[in-house]
Ligand binder design. Structure first.
Ligand code: S3P
Length: 169
């Protein structure tokens, strides 16, 4: 593997893609790209507002366009929104151009984070725990297509970042 290949973090909402991605980028001295932040910056709106104003499909189109643009660049750490990998073109572009890391979190560990996530995650708003669990379960098979899987439940952000650095060198 070329050592300047971009590293792409995937996983469910709240699995730590942004915090781990930022830490990893610092550790590897690379630029960090957070796809959700890039979309929010373009629209000058929060994700929830983009969903409300333009609808999910506009957000998904933008997500696809931006992922394809950024994954062609080298030497980056890129964190994707949790739903981006559902799109075939996004998956193919990531798997072809980058090292795709799945940050796997167990349901119990994830539930502890639910309160802090709901306010800016449109797909969690107004949903029951049963519905969220269904979404969580249905997403797992999408994330199975990865190059490296890392279980994050029992380690700190720094430990995970160090592990990713080691495994991609
Ligand atoms: C989404 C995940 C969010 C954001 C949007 C939709 C999803 O990103 O892109 O709210 O479909 O899973 P995070 O995974 O960073 O929360």
């Amino acid at each position: 593997m070329e050592n300047n290949t971009s590293i792409i973090l995937i996983g469910f909402m709240g699995s730590g893609k942004t915090t781990i991605g930022q830490e990893l980028a610092n550790l590897m001295n690379r630029e960090f790209i957070d796809l959700d932040k890039e979309i929010e910056r373009k629209y000058n709106l929060k994700t929830t507002e983009i969903f409300e104003k333009y609808g999910e499909s506009v957000f998904r189109q933008e997500e696809k366009r931006m992922v394809i643009h950024f994954v062609e660049q080298k030497n980056k750490v890129i964190s994707l929104g949790g739903g981006a990998f559902l799109q075939n073109e996004v998956r193919d572009a990531c798997l072809e151009n980058g090292i795709v890391i799945y940050l796997e979190i167990g349901w119990e560990a994830w539930l502890q984070r639910l309160d802090e996530l709901t306010s800016d995650r449109p797909l969690l708003q107004g949903k029951s725990i049963v519905e969220i669990k269904q979404l969580f379960d249905s997403r797992q098979e999408i994330y199975e297509r990865n190059h490296i899987r890392i279980k994050t439940d029992h380690q700190t952000v720094t430990e995970t970042a160090i592990q990713i650095k080691k495994e991609t060198e």
